[in-house]
Design a protein around this ligand. Structure first.
Ligand SMILES: C[S@@+](CC[C@H](N)C(=O)[O-])C[C@H]1O[C@@H](n2cnc3c(N)ncnc32)[C@H](O)[C@@H]1O
Length: 269
């Protein structure tokens, strides 16, 4: 079975919103102040908009647009977060495909959190995005770097056994940090690239399965939407394997999660 665009479930995704927002907060901490009182900001793959709203907290006068291609995610973002912001700015959301999105006005900041791993060959888009920045503008992103983690290896093995080999992304969904650095510097940017492994302490029953149901497992859940028996068999086997790989401790289930970050400045900052 070949890959189809996954459907998203904002409620499932937001079940771990606190842990998922942390890398975005850490990314923003390295983004320099933006010029003027009303900077222009794009958030590529904004999801349900809760982290986009953090941009409005930092830059309350900014015009911020979150772009996504999931109707489900955009609905949630419109309802929960769209509107004027306290500093005279505005937060809005629009449908766009990150594979082809090209800035049609100058931006001060283009940011993307936990999305580019879904966009094959995303580095090929960096040139257009950096070109769309004002001089001194910033391009900042974060992607997971955990495609070799047990959660993903086990998922891929099972998918293979269930005839879903082409459904999942492979370990080349993202580049190594040094390759992102090289690409950004080649484009004439200053670049700060780093990686971190968070150890999220998850609670509840089968919390790693619950986590991936909101993200990495979406392609499998989408592919098996009309095959409930196969889906339940898959989930049963995967649940058992995850329990072994991520045993619960006395205070919860530690879930190590590597992430890669980049903050690039166009021209002199
Ligand atoms: C893991 S979520 C991240 C959402 C949000 N940035 C956050 O940090 O919570 C990935 C998002 O990327 C979006 N996405 C994936 N591929 C996309 C594409 N080609 N164009 C636009 N959005 C895309 C999905 O719809 C989803 O909302």
């Amino acid at each position: 079975m070949s890959a189809a665009a996954p459907t998203w479930d904002p409620a499932q995704y937001l079940r771990h919103a606190g842990h998922r927002a942390r890398p975005f907060v850490d990314l923003l901490a390295q983004v320099p102040d933006l010029p003027g009182d009303h900077p222009r900001i794009a958030d590529l793959g904004c999801g349900p908009g809760n982290v986009t709203a953090l941009l409005a907290e930092r830059w309350p006068g900014a015009h911020i647009t979150g772009y996504d291609n999931s109707a489900e995610m955009l609905d949630r973002a419109h309802v929960e977060h769209e509107g004027p912001t306290p500093g005279g700015g505005r937060l809005d959301f629009a449908h766009a495909d990150v594979r082809t999105w090209t800035p049609d006005e100058p931006y001060d900041l283009i940011v993307s959190n936990a999305t580019l791993q879904w966009v094959p060959d995303h580095v090929e888009r960096f040139g257009a995005w950096v070109a769309g920045l004002r001089p001194g503008g910033t391009f900042a992103f974060q992607v997971p770097g955990n495609f070799d983690a047990p959660s993903h290896r086990l998922m891929r093995d099972l998918a293979h056994r269930h005839g879903l080999t082409d459904t999942l992304r492979h370990d080349d969904a993202v580049l190594a940090p040094r390759d992102y650095l090289a690409r950004l510097v080649d484009l004439g940017c200053t670049a700060d690239v780093w990686e971190t492994t968070y150890v999220h302490l998850l609670t509840g029953e089968d919390p790693v399965l619950d986590w991936v149901k909101g993200t990495g497992l979406r392609p499998v859940l989408t592919a098996l939407a009309d095959e409930p028996e196969t889906r339940d068999a898959f989930l049963g086997e995967y649940r058992e394997a995850l329990r072994e790989a991520y045993p619960a401790g006395p205070h919860g289930t530690p879930f190590p999660f590597r992430r890669i970050f980049a903050v690039a400045g166009k021209g002199v900052r």
